[in-house]
Design a binder for this molecule. Sequence first.
Ligand code: 3PG
Length: 213
Amino acid sequence: MNSLTSLQIMQDAPVIPVIVIHDAAHAVPLARALVAGGIRMLEVTLRTAAALDAIKHIAQEVPEAVVGAGTVCHPRDAESAMRAGARFVVSPGYTQTLGQYCRKGGWVLLPGVSTASEIMMAMEDGYTELKFFPAMQSGGVAMLKALGGPFGHIKFCPTGGITPQNASEFLALKNVICVGGSWLAPGDVMVAGDYARITQLAREAVALKRRAL
Ligand code: 3PG
């Protein structure tokens, strides 16, 4: 059922929206608005009581979207997300427990790392596409350039502190395929029901240039 790879997920658009949903009723209109703007890969964070329902609704009602779960810290989070219909999972950090569990289950995991040692641990378990988190706080563009020396074959999705203003600096790096960010799904815009604004934000994100494709 899940034939996507993490590389394909990262290549689909320059930005993966990091979504925090407090009201599951916002999930489908949000997903449709993002898809209308050209963003299909959606990361719904497991940080709210509504998250699993949101994933379920998007999986069932927005077939053009590929919904994943973020903030996955343990195999049980991945299990719940997959049961709800998630097609990939994203973690803020790396543990062998989570990495090996997802690999064994054939589940697509985009694991978070922020140090050379964490990259080496993820590599040992076969992961070469990684989230760099929290990107700005962990050294930003300079750190990614430095990591590109010893880890030239690793591709990153920097997330954390990325904005429409600084995204291009990251996307210009040869080891960055896409970035992650919460600016595409602002909570107040969802509450106001201004989904046209979200489609506009998605269009602007899709237009960002990237180097490593
Ligand atoms: C998160 O986990 O909240 C993401 O890193 C999003 O961070 P951002 O709000 O800085 O985009």
